[in-house]
Design a protein around this ligand. Structure first.
Ligand code: APR
Ligand code: PHB
Length: 393
């Protein structure tokens, strides 16, 4: 037998976007129910990028979510870039913007968010199958889903589509309304996690063999990547082959600082830029990966998801406090401005740092000349530092 429940905001998807939105709404006294297709264990098993913009860190602190971040995360004043045997060149983000970033894994943030929702008695319905959205353009939208074989119904004022790229929310918007923009890059990133002390900085490498990077999760957990063909599988990459590729591409000075060890996780991720417009239809608002995907270069995915949450939570809080819908009306336009800024930055960094299949010797030299221009030009460094550390909300 089905039951009908009523809430203020239905949140489809219990990833970082959905959890953060429900947390902020609850702090403002707004009720929500999260519908998650999979399980908490599944959500927590996903490894994603780990660099937080200054604004993301501030947002986590403001909402009481930074206790573990402030003990385990580490502050970074900038990022290194190496190419063509040059010494590492450091983009001093702090000098150019007065702001800093932090490394802290998305998995840890998701754990912290689940803990905060549990402590506050937040409702997260796991294993919610066949979620479908109804009456989206009416004033009483509702969602149906199946749990343990029984159909259920939730009615609400609003629906937040936080269900990632493959979710149902974006697909609920008619094709005549939704415009999508997409670019798929012809390579992947092989990511490796190892229980070894990381090199101190985040470092990107441009090398004729392909892109590589050094990152970290905590003082005993390193995260490294090398560009690889999309046709490769993790089994094609023994640990030895991986460390050889990484150290060759980083060059001898950085290779000397890299402590190798057994990998504890190895996976290949494709690179894609994708934006869907508008991010609102009727009472449905798209948030995070449901509306946009960036390639991992620049680590913008989670930061962008949280900037959507920032705008939408403010608009909803304003609506419930004052009855005014102006924040909701401008949500799509406001969020998309930042989305396109991060989409541009991650596309630009991807083009600058990767080896493209049809690339010739002159294309390689032009990338190197562009990097050299960046090294010699303070204005260019500032122009990169601002969107890299994150535009203010
Ligand atoms: N019904 C219910 N839940 C769904 C459905 C559905 N039909 N489809 C997907 N989901 C769930 C997924 O199982 C997942 O837990 O929605 C959640 C979406 O989470 P993410 O894909 O992590 O997206 P988001 O919360 O927006 O987080 C964005 O994740 O992909 C990274 O780089 C990205 O860091 C960024 C962050
Ligand atoms: C990561 O730590 O996974 C990471 C860091 C910086 C990037 C991309 C990924 O630009």
């Amino acid at each position: 037998m089905s039951t009908t429940t009523r809430t203020q905001v239905i949140i489809v998807g219990g990833g970082p976007s959905g959890l953060m939105l429900s947390h902020i709404l609850a702090q403002a006294g707004i009720e929500s129910i999260i519908l998650e297709r999979t399980s908490r264990q599944h959500v927590l098993s996903r490894i994603r990028a780990g660099v937080l913009e200054a604004g993301t860190v501030q947002m986590l602190r403001q909402h009481g979510l930074a206790q573990r971040l402030d003990t385990e995360g580490s502050v970074h004043n900038g990022t290194g870039i190496v190419w063509a045997g040059h010494e590492q060149f450091f983009i001093d983000v702090k000098k150019h913007t007065g702001r800093t970033m932090m490394t802290y894994g998305q998995t840890a943030i998701t754990e912290d968010l689940y803990a905060a929702r549990d402590a506050a008695g937040g409702v997260i319905i796991e294993a919610a199958a066949d979620v479908a959205l109804h009456d989206i353009t009416g004033s009483r939208p509702w969602a149906s889903y199946r749990q343990d074989g029984v159909m259920q119904r939730i009615e609400a004022d609003f629906i937040a589509g936080c269900d990632g790229f493959h979710g149902v929310s974006r697909r609920s918007i008619p094709e005549t309304v939704l415009q999508t923009f997409e670019k798929v890059y012809p390579f992947g990133w092989l990511g490796v996690m190892s229980r070894t002390p990381p090199v101190p900085e985040i470092i990107y490498a441009n090398h004729p063999d392909g892109f590589a990077m050094c990152s970290q999760r905590n003082p005993m957990l390193s995260r490294y990547y090398v560009q690889c063909p999309l046709s490769d599988t993790p089994e094609d990459w023994s640990d030895d082959r991986f460390w050889n590729a990484l150290t060759t591409r980083m060059g001898p000075v950085i290779a000397d600082q890299i402590e190798t060890g057994p990998s504890i996780e190895k996976s290949i991720a494709p690179l894609r830029s994708f934006v869907a417009e508008p991010m609102r239809w009727g009472q449905l608002f798209l948030v995070g990966d449901a509306a946009h995907i960036v390639p991992p270069t620049g680590a913008k995915g989670l930061n962008l998801a949280f900037s959507d949450v920032f705008y939408l939570s403010r608009a909803l809080i304003d609506f419930y406090r004052t009855g005014k819908g102006s924040g909701l009306d401008s949500y799509s336009e406001t969020a998309l401005r930042r989305v396109w800024s991060a989409t541009r930055l991650s596309w630009w960094l991807t083009n600058l740092l990767h080896r493209f299949p049809e690339q010739t010797a002159i294309d390689q030299r032009l990338q190197e000349a562009e990097l050299d221009f960046l090294r010699r030009n303070e204005d260019a460094q500032r122009a990169l530092a601002r969107p890299y550390v994150g535009e203010p909300f």
